[in-house]
Design a protein around this ligand. Structure first.
Ligand code: BES
Ligand code: MN
Ligand code: ZN
Length: 484
């Protein structure tokens, strides 16, 4: 599949044009409208074609060298300086493409760029690509028919390139999450990432179980201990900045399957637990985009990869683990494994003396209880870095909400036998007590924790995306690092 931006008016299967409230058709839409005898204008005047956001109508095109079909999508009341322009461009372009791909089309001509400010043009391209990834990867009959070519009118080549990189990186994250745990396990994920790194000029180091033991990563080894698939730690280094400049660190929870361990989850709670490496997948998608875009910053990514399983070698309730940092943790629930994996991963990351660190983890059901499944919880020890991340998320229209890290919560993770325990007091404030646990492993590093348990994976589809992995926060991370 290729993305290009040549001149308008070439043969294609479908032309996608927009209409918005009370505004004239864009030049390309007007041209296509004239080729179909003014149908768009007429239907609209007759009240049969609405410009409401996300309304679509498929019309017959002129054919014979022009488009065979014309998809009209309502863009609502678009203003060129609208702050959610990028999110809207991404979402509505994705929705329009998604509405077509149940059928096979070789070439789509996407004429939505001219409705949006140039600053949102890469989002049009990324949104178009977003529509082409979904969870139906093992259907023998394709559910998503990927067109051979996407042509974008009125979008500069730079924006096509950038949008393609971002769209593909978000889709990489989604693909990694959507793959089942029997395909993506610590070793296979580490191999895949190491190939990806060598294609992109990223240094990659993989710690296997022997190296993890040498490095005292006993908490990663504990969580992975119950599985036939041994754990891994992946360190990626992208050196786009000055030599000697402190890196930014991204850390991801990569639990490739979370059965709960001996604190076994019921079947309903386990069904989607292939998604529990969503934090790692987001970090991998982000550093892939950052390297491909050539962003001039030093970035390191650390992913703690383990499979949380049940066997005679599972870690147990009451176990005390001496983490790589030296701090001891008491295990009171083996299903609170993400924070245990992250304890060592965060400790490895701060060894690179990062100027700032963001971790992403599908960490707690409690965060979903608090915020629902479209908003990630943000917890921090440094409000200024948090504000940078909020600013980046706002530009991309990705949703974050801050939860308090008051000192009073520290008490709730204190252990009677070790330094800390891996659950709080009862269920209350579970997202925050998890973050408080993590805070023990970041020292003074300015740090932001994103609990993405809700938004990383979705049970239900939306008009602009399939159900399953969402790839959310890849764009936020890229923009944040670019903004530094
Ligand atoms: N991976 C889960 C959290 C999760 C739940 C992610 C639902 C995505 C969707 C995590 O490891 C977990 O099991 N957390 C426990 C913690 C508890 C035992 C303190 C939870 O949230 O129930
Ligand atoms: Mn768990
Ligand atoms: Zn988990």
């Amino acid at each position: 599949m290729s993305t290009t931006n040549p001149g308008a008016d070439e043969p294609c299967d479908v032309a996608i044009v927009g209409i918005c409230d009370g505004a004239a058709l864009s030049p390309t839409a007007a041209l296509i409208d004239s080729e179909i005898g003014g149908a768009i204008g007429r239907l609209r005047d007759a009240g049969k074609l609405s410009s409401d956001e996300g309304e679509t109508m498929l019309l017959a095109g002129p054919g014979a060298g022009g488009p065979e079909l014309v998809l009209v999508i309502g863009l609502g009341s678009l203003k060129s300086d609208h702050e959610s322009n990028r999110e809207l461009a991404f979402r509505l372009t994705s929705q329009s493409v998604r509405s077509l791909v149940s059928k096979s089309h070789k070439k789509l001509f996407i004429a939505l760029g001219e409705y949006f400010d140039a600053s949102a043009h890469d989002s049009v391209v990324a949104g178009a690509l977003y529509a082409l990834e979904g969870q139906s990867i093992y259907r023998t009959k394709a559910v998503i028919n990927v067109p051979e070519t996407l042509v974008f009118s009125s979008i500069e080549q730079d924006a096509v390139t950038r949008g393609t990189i971002i769209g593909q990186s978000v889709n990489l994250t989604r693909r990694l999450v959507n793959e089942p745990a029997s395909a993506i396990y610590p070793e296979s994920l580490a191999d895949l990432v190491s190939d990806l790194a060598s294609d992109n000029g990223i240094e990659c180091e993989v710690w296997d179980e022997t190296k993890l033991a040498e490095e005292n990563c006993r908490s990663i080894l504990a969580v992975g201990g119950g599985s036939d698939r041994p754990p891994r730690l992946v360190i990626l280094r992208y050196n786009g900045g000055e030599t000697g400049e402190a890196p930014v660190a991204l850390v991801g929870k990569g639990v490739t399957f979370d059965s709960g361990g001996l604190s076994l989850k019921p079947s309903d709670g386990m069904i989607d637990m292939k998604c529990d490496m969503g934090g790692a997948a987001t970090v991998i998608g982000a550093i892939n985009a950052i390297a491909k875009l050539g962003i001039k910053r030093n970035v390191i990514a650390v992913c703690g990869l383990a499979e949380n399983m049940v066997s005679g070698s599972s870690y147990k309730l009451g176990d005390v683990i001496k983490t790589r940092s030296g701090k001891t943790i008491e295990i009171l629930n083996t299903d609170a494994e993400g924070r245990v994996v992250l304890a060592d991963a965060l400790n490895v990351a701060i060894g690179f003396k990062p100027s700032a660190m963001v971790d992403l983890a599908t960490l707690t059901g409690a965060c979903m209880v608090a915020l629902g499944n479209e908003v990630a919880g943000l917890m921090t020890n440094d409000q200024s870095v948090a504000d940078q991340v909020f600013a980046a998320a706002k530009v991309e229209g990705e949703l974050l909400w801050q939860l308090p890290m008051l000192p009073l919560y520290d008490e709730k993770v204190k252990s009677k036998v070790a330094d800390i325990k891996n659950i709080g007091e009862g269920r209350w404030g579970g997202a925050i007590t998890a973050a408080k646990f993590l805070e023990n492993f970041v020292d003074k590093t300015p740090w932001v924790h994103l609990d993405i348990a809700g938004p990383a994976f979705s049970d239900s589809p939306k008009p602009f995306r399939d159900a399953g992995a969402t790839g959310v926060y890849v764009k936020t991370l890229v923009r944040w690092i670019e903004s530094l």
